[in-house]
Ligand binder design. Structure first.
Ligand code: HEC
Length: 97
């Protein structure tokens, strides 16, 4: 936990997008399976980083992420399941508005 926090601070300091690693606390907070959040993060980094920097959950409000990901879906050739996991991850760490 402490190492992850230090790493996040480092990444933020370098000006890279904030793409946090999900913890049990995040899974509990958002009522999702930890494995789903982790998979969503991997899919995001693996599929959404080629054309622009990896989108950060903080780039959009939680309520707006489903549409944002849907718009990008064709460009990334993702399945519906993969889109759902990416959306779940982004929403979990977005501003909850
Ligand atoms: C094949 C290239 C490509 C891939 C893959 C891609 N994007 Fe994009 N994305 C773009 C381009 C080009 C833009 C800017 C122009 C636009 O908005 O149409 C953009 C813009 C965005 C924006 C900003 C839109 C806004 O309203 O400011 C978000 C958010 C985004 N992408 C998320 C994603 C996500 C999430 C994925 C993975 C599911 C993804 N992108 C995959 C090309 C890509």
């Amino acid at each position: 936990m402490i190492r992850a926090a230090a790493l996040l601070t480092l990444v933020a300091a370098c000006g890279r997008p904030w793409v946090p690693v999900a913890t049990e606390a995040d899974a509990a907070r958002t009522n999702t399976a930890l494995g789903d959040l982790q998979r969503g993060r991997e899919l995001l980094i693996g599929n959404c980083s080629g054309c622009h920097l990896t989108p950060s959950p903080r780039d959009h409000r939680a309520a707006d992420w489903p549409n944002e990901v849907a718009e990008m879906r064709e460009r990334s050739k993702l399945t519906a399941d993969e889109v759902a996991l990416i959306t779940q991850y982004l929403t979990a760490f977005a501003d909850q508005r």
